[in-house]
Design a protein around this ligand. Structure first.
Ligand code: UDP
Ligand code: MG
Length: 135
């Protein structure tokens, strides 16, 4: 049993894609264990993406992530980290496999609609960043 962090980035709610994406998650068998709609401050978005500090895209990424409502959630299941990454598809939608969320919904390499932890270590850091207390 594994848990991973999901974020539906601002373009998801902006384009009324929240329900469609959550439906894909549930259809895959992953359990939505936590779910909340919030607005990230630029500071909180930058801290969340600290591993990308110094990269050329970080300022635009922070502006994107803080421009509107995001949906943060925790997804639970066997191999949840890998399964959620597979449902998401590649970072750049141009390279994403058919049927993935990013292939079907993402705008471009930045505005790619969804986030998922990429390893057990990142999940262990990212889940408590948004869900510090048990239900
Ligand atoms: N990103 C970007 N330009 C790039 C690479 C990434 O704007 O060249 C953004 C994009 O929103 C991506 C996020 O930065 O989802 C984090 O990048 P990462 O490489 O961790 O991709 P992910 O894990 O989200 O697939
Ligand atoms: Mg990443």
């Amino acid at each position: 049993m594994e848990t991973t962090l999901m974020i539906l980035k601002p373009d998801a709610a902006e384009r009324n894609l929240v329900g469609s994406i959550l439906a894909r998650i549930e259809a895959s068998g992953l359990k939505i264990a936590r779910l909340e709609m919030i607005r990230l401050t630029p500071e909180r978005a930058r801290k969340f993406y600290h591993v990308h500090e110094g990269k050329p895209f970080i300022d635009d990424l922070v502006a994107y992530m803080s421009r509107g409502t995001v949906v943060v959630g925790a997804l639970e299941g066997e191999d949840a980290i890998t399964r959620w990454r597979e449902l998401m598809g590649a970072t750049n939608p141009a390279n994403a496999a058919p049927g993935t969320i990013r292939k079907d919904f993402a705008v471009d390499i930045q505005t790619n609609t969804v986030h998922g932890s990429d390893s057990p270590a990142s999940a262990a850091e990212e889940i408590p960043y948004f869900f510090p207390k048990p239900l």
